[in-house]
Design a protein around this ligand. Structure first.
Ligand SMILES: Nc1ncnc2c1ncn2[C@@H]1O[C@H](COS(=O)(=O)NC(=O)[C@@H](N)CO)[C@@H](O)[C@H]1O
Length: 423
């Protein structure tokens, strides 16, 4: 969320961002509420000052004057008892609106309401020309006994999967390969829970606007996170870090859970869009400096491009539009990887810089060199998410006998050069 002082001083810049990001937020309502809160704060602070002054005077007053002063103090107390709950109520309303304020997008973001305005900035590698009729990933899995979608549906319901034999081992090999890439890049490896709490999801930005994407545990303050980013982002909530300890660079492998509400009919077959998947996440908490943010944005993006290149997959780089990047993003770049059976690229990585939008929600602060306490900047990116990447790996690296080659970089992790049928 944005700094209320920034909003007061730059209403037109905020209004333009609301427009560009197609956010449903009435800025005039927010500003009017803010003015009411300011007015009521002035009143209650003046009354509190008067009550304190009166109490001090009463303690020194002559006995015959004291009774009147004590009565005056009671009267002030009664006025405060009426105003203070009103102030708390208005402040809560204002905070709910502030949660909906959008980060001002960077000037290079394509302006448009949805992903059709995303701009392809680079393409790496060329889609393979097959000399035989290639199979899609579901057919490859069924031909080789590498999974069991029917029994997955029986035991887990829709949008689930079971991997078997070489493909199960391959998924684990890929996750470890990606984790090692992150460790080599200097990120601290973490395992974090997927079970999280409501305030952590508010701190991330998933709540309140995308609550329907999150599974909750009945009757408890317990939710299943859709990404390790949610928990990593709250690790330092409420702390004041010394600038010397920044940046915090974390990488986490965790199960991710998503209801995929609103995706009915999309990618219903196979591994592309499932309710539970695994992801190696990249997360950075750094000082509030645009150059520093850009450095880490570029670093994280190049790690992911390096991973896709090591997986020998054709991909493209997309600069994401203001309408598609979502409320908190300053900048977002997606990597999309080629899917032969769909004859198009599909998203496999999403790299985001959020400036202090998450830090204000999660209260992530540090003390800079001059001793000033400031909100940090946060960034995140995908290192690798399975099983979606298996769609691209199986289809792009298949042989005409239905076996699938393993990219050289992953062979040491998998132990073989090819995936073979499950006996
Ligand atoms: N329902 C899903 N099923 C399978 N893979 C998914 C699903 N949702 C997302 N992913 C994978 O997870 C990646 C990151 O998801 S994201 O929402 O775009 N971004 C994040 O979660 C950020 N924390 C960066 O990782 C996606 O690019 C995709 O590869």
């Amino acid at each position: 969320m944005l700094d209320i002082k920034f909003i007061r001083e730059n209403p037109e810049i905020v209004r333009e961002a609301i427009e560009k990001k197609a956010v449903t937020l009435d800025l005039d309502e927010l500003l009017a509420l803010d003015a009411q809160v300011q007015e009521l704060k002035r009143k209650t602070e003046a009354l509190q000052a008067e009550r304190n002054a009166n109490a001090k005077a009463a303690s020194k007053a002559r006995p015959e004057e004291r009774a009147a002063m004590i009565e005056k103090g009671k009267e002030i107390g009664r006025q405060l008892a009426e105003l203070e709950p009103q102030l708390r109520d208005l402040e809560a309303k204002l905070k709910n609106l502030l949660y909906l304020t959008p980060t001002i997008p960077w000037e290079g973001a394509p302006v448009g309401p949805d992903d059709s305005f995303n701009v392809e900035t680079r393409v790496h590698g060329n889609p393979r020309i097959f000399l035989f009729e290639p199979l899609d990933h579901v057919a490859l899995i069924e031909k080789n006994g590498w999974g069991d979608f029917e029994r997955a549906a029986k035991v887990s319901g829709s949008r689930s999967y079971i991997l078997k034999g070489d493909l199960m081992v391959y998924e684990q090999a890929l996750l470890r390969f990606a984790l090692d890439r992150m460790i080599q890049a200097g990120f601290t490896p973490m395992s974090v829970p997927s079970l999280t709490r409501e305030e952590v999801l508010y701190g991330h930005g998933q709540f309140p606007t995308a609550r329907d994407q999150v599974y909750s545990v009945d009757g408890e303050d317990a939710f299943l996170a859709g990404t390790a980013e949610v928990l990593l982002n709250y690790l330092h909530a409420g702390e004041i870090l010394p600038e010397s300890e920044l940046p915090k660079t974390y990488t986490a492998l965790s199960p991710c859970f998503r209801s995929e509400a609103g995706s009915a009919g999309k990618d219903v077959r196979g591994l592309m869009r499932v309710h539970q998947f695994n992801k190696v996440e990249q997360y950075v908490l750094c000082k509030a400096d645009l150059e520093e943010s850009k450095k880490w944005f570029d670093t994280m993006l190049s790690i992911s491009e390096g991973i896709l290149q090591a997986l020998e997959l054709p991909y493209r780089v997309l600069e994401v539009s203001t309408g598609d990047m979502g409320l908190g993003k300053y900048r977002q770049v997606d990597l999309e990887t080629w899917v032969p059976s769909e004859n198009r690229y599909r998203e496999t990585h999403s790299c985001s810089a959020l400036l202090d939008w998450q830090a204000r929600r999660a209260n992530l602060r540090y003390r800079d060199e001059n001793g000033k306490v400031r909100y940090a900047y946060t960034l995140n990116n995908t290192a690798l998410a399975t099983p979606r990447i298996l769609v691209m790996l199986l289809e792009n690296h298949q042989n005409d006998d239905g076996t699938v080659n393993v990219p050289k970089a992953v062979q040491p992790y998998f132990g073989k050069e090819r995936l073979e049928p499950t006996p």
